[in-house]
Write a protein that binds this ligand. Structure first.
Ligand code: FAD
Length: 309
C-alpha cells in the first residue's frame, strides 16, 4: 500500500504479520496494524485516513483464518484504552477490547447473568459482530446499545435493530469499528452464576479440544439446525455428525487436522499454514456434500489473500 497515513498517538506498524494475533496462529502480514491509544485517537485517524484505504477491525482473532498472503488493509486492533467494564444495576457496559470471559466474571460478581459469555474466547467487539452465543443464549438477547466509530471518524450509537442480528452475524457500516457495548442481563446470585460458569468450562474441556489451536466451530450446523435459540429451531442435525458420517473426523492436510475430539473443530497441530486449514475445510465440505448432499457453510471467517505462487 503506497499511501501517506495519518500519524496517530497510538501504535502504527507497517507490514505487520498477523499470525501471533490469531488463535490459529496463521496468517501473513497486514499492510498496517493500528492500535489506537483511545477513542479520540481512533476518530482522528479514521477521519484523516484516505477514503480509499480499506480498514479491517479485528478482535482477538478467535474466529478468523487470515490467509498466508496477509491483508491489504489497515487492521485495527483495540487494546488497553478500550477494555473497561462497568456495572450499574443490571446494565453492563464494556469496551470492545474487553474479553468476553472477563465481562462475564465481572457481571457475575455484581449479580448479573452474562454467563454464556464465559466460555467464548473472543472480545466484546467480536461478540457483537458475530452475535456470539452458546448454551441457548446469544449476544442479541442481552445487547441494548453498541457504540461505533464510523469509517469517517464519527461516534455513533447503534440499537439492536440497527445491528440486525442473525445467526453469527450482525450488520455494521463498512469500515466501522465497535468501541463499546451495553448489555442488560437477568439478575442472579453471584455464587450460583460462578458455579454455573465453572460447570460450563468443565463441559467445554470434556467435549472440545480447548487446549488446541482452533477457531471454535468450523461450520454452522446445517440450515434449519443452527442452534439459533429460537423456539422453532431444532437441534437434531449437527455439523460434527455429517462430518463424522463423511469419514472426516481426524482427517489432516499438512499441519491442519479435523480434531479427533470434536470433528467440527479445525486445528493447527503446530505447523499448519492458512492454506492447509482452508484447504482441509474445503475438502470436508466436498466430502460431506458427496455423502449427504448437505452444503456446509463456514462459520470461521476467512480473510486476506492467498500466498502468491
Ligand atoms: C475454542 C473456541 C470456542 C469457541 N466457541 C464459541 C461459541 O461457543 N460461540 C460462539 O459464538 N463463538 C465461539 N467461538 C468463536 C469466536 O470466539 C467468536 O466468534 C468471537 O465472538 C470472536 O471474537 P474475536 O474478538 O476473536 O473476533 P475476531 O475473530 O478477531 O473477528 C471476528 C469478526 O468480528 C469483527 N470484529 C472484531 N472486533 C471488532 C470491532 N471492535 N469492531 C468491528 N468488528 C470487529 C472482525 O472484523 C471479524 O469480522 C469459539 C472460538 C474458539 C477458538
Amino acid at each position: 500500500m503506497v499511501q501517506t497515513l495519518p500519524a496517530p498517538r497510538g501504535k502504527l506498524t507497517e507490514n505487520r504479520p498477523l499470525n501471533d494475533l490469531t488463535w490459529l496462529r496463521v496468517g501473513g502480514p497486514a499492510d498496517y496494524l493500528f492500535q489506537p491509544a483511545d477513542i479520540d485517537d481512533l476518530q482522528h485517524f479514521l477521519r484523516d485516513l484516505p477514503a480509499e484505504v480499506p480498514v479491517f477491525p479485528m478482535g482477538v482473532g478467535s474466529n478468523l483464518i487470515v490467509r498466508d498472503g496477509g491483508l491489504r488493509a489497515v487492521v485495527i486492533r483495540l487494546g488497553r484504552g478500550f477494555n473497561s467494564v462497568s456495572v450499574d444495576g443490571n446494565t453492563v457496559t464494556a469496551g470492545a477490547a474487553a474479553l468476553d470471559a472477563h465481562v462475564a466474571r465481572k457481571a457475575a460478581d455484581a449479580g448479573v447473568d452474562l454467563t454464556f459469555l464465559r466460555t467464548i474466547p473472543g472480545s466484546i467487539g467480536g461478540a457483537v459482530r458475530m452475535n456470539a452465543g452458546c448454551y441457548g443464549s446469544y449476544t442479541a438477547d442481552v445487547l441494548r446499545k453498541a457504540t461505533i466509530v464510523t469509517r469517517q471518524g464519527e461516534v455513533l450509537d447503534l440499537s439492536p435493530e440497527d445491528l440486525n442480528f442473525r445467526y453469527r452475524q450482525s450488520d455494521l457500516p463498512d469500515g466501522a469499528v465497535l468501541v463499546s457495548a451495553t448489555f442488560e442481563g437477568p439478575a442472579g446470585d453471584p455464587e450460583e452464576l460462578h458455579t454455573r460458569m465453572a460447570a460450563q468450562l468443565q463441559k467445554r474441556d470434556e467435549t472440545q479440544p480447548t487446549k488446541d489451536r482452533s477457531a471454535g466451530s468450523t461450520f454452522r450446523n446445517p440450515a434449519g439446525f443452527s442452534s439459533t435459540g429460537r423456539a422453532d429451531d431444532v437441534h437434531d442435525l449437527k455439523a460434527w455428525k455429517v462430518i463424522d458420517d463423511a469419514g472426516m473426523r481426524g482427517a489432516s492436510r499438512g499441519g491442519a487436522q479435523m480434531s479427533p475430539k470434536h470433528s467440527n473443530f479445525l486445528i493447527n497441530t503446530g505447523s499448519a499454514t492458512a492454506s492447509d486449514l482452508e484447504g482441509l475445510g474445503e475438502e470436508v465440505r466436498k466430502k460431506v456434500y458427496e455423502t449427504s448432499g448437505i452444503t456446509l457453510e463456514w462459520e470461521i471467517m476467512r480473510v486476506g489473500d492467498p500466498l502468491k505462487e
